[in-house]
Design a protein around this ligand. Sequence first.
Ligand SMILES: Nc1ncnc2c1ncn2[C@@H]1O[C@H](COP(=O)(O)OP(=O)(O)O)[C@@H](O)[C@H]1O
Ligand SMILES: [Mg+2]
Length: 268
Amino acid sequence: MSGPVAITIDGLTVRYRAGAAPVVALQDLSCQIAGGTFIALVGPSGCGKSTLLRALGGLVAPTAGRIAIGGANPDDARAARLVSFVFQQPVLLPWCTARQNIELPLRLFGWSAPRRHAAAAQFLDLVGLARFADSYPSQLSGGMQQRVALARALVFEPAVLLLDEPFGALDEITRERLNVELLRIWSATQATVLFVTHSLAEAAFLADRVLFLAREPGRLVADVPITLPRPRTAALLEHDDFLHTVAGLRRQLNRHDPPPPQAGGRHG
Ligand SMILES: Nc1ncnc2c1ncn2[C@@H]1O[C@H](COP(=O)(O)OP(=O)(O)O)[C@@H](O)[C@H]1O
Ligand SMILES: [Mg+2]
C-alpha cells in the first residue's frame, strides 16, 4: 500500500427490488473522506449502513451516483486489493487453524508459502494470538475468533477497511479491549476505516468523524467531528471530555431518531 486512500461518494443511491415495492436503501448520499480517516457509521437498523459498506466493497452496484476509492471504482479497488471487510460474525473456516484462516486471502492472491507464513505470523502477533496459531476456531473464544478475522482482513495491508458491527456479538469488556487494540493497529497503518456500530460510546472512542444515517429512505443526516486527542486508550473512557462527547452524539441521534414516548407519559 502506498499512502492513505481518500474516498469520494457522490449522489449514491441504492435501490433493492423486494417484491412489488422497491426499497430505497440509500438516497443521494454524498460524502468526502480524507485518506487515513476513521469513520463511524451509526443509525437505526435498516438505514443502509451495511448497504453503504457493500457499495464501497463492490458487492452491490449503485442505482445512481458514483464512488471513487483513491480514484478507482469499487470493482477495480477490490481487484487491486485495496479494500477489506470484517463482518459481525467472524466467518472462519472451521477445518482450518487460525494461521491457515489468516493465510487464506494470501493463498488466493498466489503468495509463496514463506511469504504467507511470515505475514500470518506478523498479524497473529499484532492481534495477540501468536500462541494460538495452530488452534482451530472451535478452540477459541468469540473474541479470539474475531481477532483472527481482523488479522485476516489486515494481512494484505488494505488501504480501506470496512467493519460491519465487528464486535457487536461480543461482551462489553472484550469489545472495549478489541477497540483499544483496533486503534493501536490502525495507528500503525494508514488505512481509511468505515466502522458500523450501534454504540455511541464506541463511535466516540474510535472515530475522527461520526456519520449519522436515517431510514426510509436511507440518507446521511449528520456528520460530527470527534476532536478527542489521540492516542486514545482505555483511560479515556472515564474522562469527562469523553462522556460529554457521547452525550453530544446522543442528542444528535435523538434529533433524527427520537426515542419512543415513555409508557404512561402524557401525549397531546
Ligand atoms: N438484498 C436485499 N434485498 C432487498 N432489500 C434489502 C436487501 N438488503 C437490504 N435491504 C433493505 O435495505 C434497507 C437497508 O438495509 P441495510 O443496508 O442492511 O441497513 P442497516 O445495515 O443499516 O441495518 C432495509 O430496508 C433492508 O431491508
Ligand atoms: Mg447492517
